[in-house]
Design a protein around this ligand. Structure first.
Ligand SMILES: Cc1cc2nc3c(=O)[nH]c(=O)nc-3n(C[C@H](O)[C@H](O)[C@H](O)COP(=O)(O)OP(=O)(O)OC[C@H]3O[C@@H](n4cnc5c(N)ncnc54)[C@H](O)[C@@H]3O)c2cc1C
Length: 449
């Protein structure tokens, strides 16, 4: 097992780092248990780091840090489930699914996260008809603070005083604060095929039709290009496998468009870097990119080809989930547009507009309610200090009681959690029993839990 002292760790975006007293790369579950027992005995805080794709400090630890990069094997796959070690990367898992003609109902945008990391922070895609990846969990094997493995399924119940709790609702989205997830079993669907229609509309038109599209298309998301008043739509529906095999007949996506898409990161990265020194360039960059790269098209592919993308230029991201009751989500989005456009602040594209269906994990912004997410990014910005355009976003979201996404940047506090997450108290109660010495809470969580 690799061990290092005074190990410096940085996340993917470069805005979070820590200096860990002890860093380990265990290769067996016995070694993981040994490290947890060592932490418990010495009252040291312990966190596992996945692939560092969270923007918030949820994975940092100045005491003990573990990476499961040597604990990432496939355990089994059958006709409707897959079981793997917690450190497996999503891209490896997706290869297994594809070769077994399997899939999940929805996916986050990229495939670089680890399985346990993506589940811990509730990674989601965009479909009102589906939930986040955590909803696929059938079983979790967790090494708890005592060093004992616990297996949690959808049926695992705990009685506290006279009240019965379903442990899955807490453990399925636990930010690593229940213990170390060593094995995961996820429910799978058969692989499916999609036709994606992509086009541009005006922002005000989008506001009118967004919910109708979200109900009509199984997969629907949109990218608002700030300072252009335009929105790029992605509307995807299932097609039969035969249509996929005859895809050349349906595709409207020229070779030139494909070539441009391959160049997008190389061409835009220097523009974003420059615009961080001179933000007056941003409206023109957004407008140029919309016209040059985001042209209307029809694409056909399997679900992975349409819904999962490669990595993108470095950025920091904030995202909040909003209730759709009484058009709260539309009001919040419109207010953000109006305030941003009236201010001197400028914002890179895209503002990512997504939906997910109601789900049962306590810490999900979509807990028991259909949810609309607004995500914004500052590209080529790796500073810890919150960017002023992002602060403006936080301020607007607060007014609409939006719930932050845990892996993204936000002004998350104990009171936001109590107001925004109805299952927060239940989560805390269960967490405190499973980890009474609070070894799985880092400094960031200590202030919140
Ligand atoms: C370019 C980019 C695109 C993204 N796209 C999306 C998207 O489409 N949808 C979305 O919802 N999010 C998205 N995210 C956010 C990302 O999916 C989450 O932040 C996810 O948690 C990152 O996984 P990771 O493996 O990098 O975990 P890390 O960020 O390393 O860790 C996340 C949390 O998981 C815990 N953890 C990791 N492994 C374990 C384990 N074995 N046991 C217990 N706890 C563990 C960590 O301690 C930490 O609390 C994106 C991020 C980036 C950088």
């Amino acid at each position: 097992m690799i061990k290092k002292n005074n190990y410096i760790w940085n996340n993917w975006a470069g805005n979070q780092s820590c200096l860990s007293e002890n860093y380990f790369e265990p290769e067996t579950e016995e070694q993981i248990i040994e490290i947890v027992r060592f932490s418990g005995k010495n009252k040291k805080k312990i966190k596992v780091v996945g692939s560092g794709h969270s923007f918030s400090p949820i994975a940092v630890s100045n005491e003990i840090l573990i990476s499961l990069k040597n604990y990432r094997k496939l355990i089994s796959v059958d006709k409707d489930t897959v079981t793997c070690q917690g450190g497996m990367y999503l891209y490896d898992l997706y290869d297994v699914l594809i070769s077994n003609k399997l899939s999940f109902p929805d996916f986050g945008v990229i495939n670089k996260q680890t399985v346990a990391g993506a589940l811990a922070a509730g990674t989601h895609g965009s479909s009102l008809m589906h939930k986040s990846l955590s909803a696929q969990i059938e079983k979790l094997r967790i090494i708890t603070a005592s060093g004992d493995p616990v297996e949690i399924t959808r049926e695992t119940k705990w009685k506290i005083d006279d009240e019965e709790f379903n442990l899955w609702e807490a453990a399925s989205f636990s930010l690593g604060s229940f213990g170390i997830v060593t094995e995961v079993t996820l429910k799978c669907d058969p692989i499916f095929y999609l036709k994606s229609e992509e086009s541009v509309i005006d922002f005000d038109e989008y506001l009118k039709c967004m919910d109708d599209y979200a109900k009509r298309y199984e997969y629907f998301k949109a990218w608002w290009f700030p300072h252009t008043d335009k929105v790029y739509l992605f509307k995807a529906e299932r097609i039969e496998e035969e249509q996929y095999h005859k895809k050349e007949q349906w595709i409207k996506y020229t070779e030139e468009q494909r070539k441009r898409d391959l160049q997008i990161d190389k061409l835009t990265s220097p523009l974003f870097i420059k615009s961080n020194d001179d933000s007056s360039l941003i409206p023109e960059i957004n407008s140029f990119c919309l016209d040059y790269f985001f042209t209307p098209r029809t694409r056909i592919g399997n679900c992975f080809e349409i819904l999962v993308h490669d990595e993108t230029v470095p950025m920091v991201v904030s995202e909040y989930g909003l209730s759709m009751l009484d058009d709260n989500h539309k009001k919040a989005l419109k207010k953000f547009r109006d305030i941003l456009e009236q201010s001197q602040h400028k914002l890179h594209f895209p503002v990512d507009l997504r939906y997910t269906g109601a789900e049962n994990s306590y810490l999900s912004p979509a807990y028991k309610q259909d949810t609309f997410y607004i995500g914004m990014c500052i590209r080529e910005y790796g500073e810890e200090k919150i960017h002023p355009s992002m602060q403006l976003f936080f301020d607007v979201m607060k007014k609409y009681t939006a719930c932050p996404s845990w892996g993204k940047l936000s002004d998350l506090s104990k009171s936001t959690c109590e107001k925004g997450f109805p299952g927060f108290e239940n989560f805390k109660k269960l967490r405190n029993i499973i980890d009474p010495d609070r070894i799985f809470l880092n400094v960031f969580f200590e202030g919140i839990f």
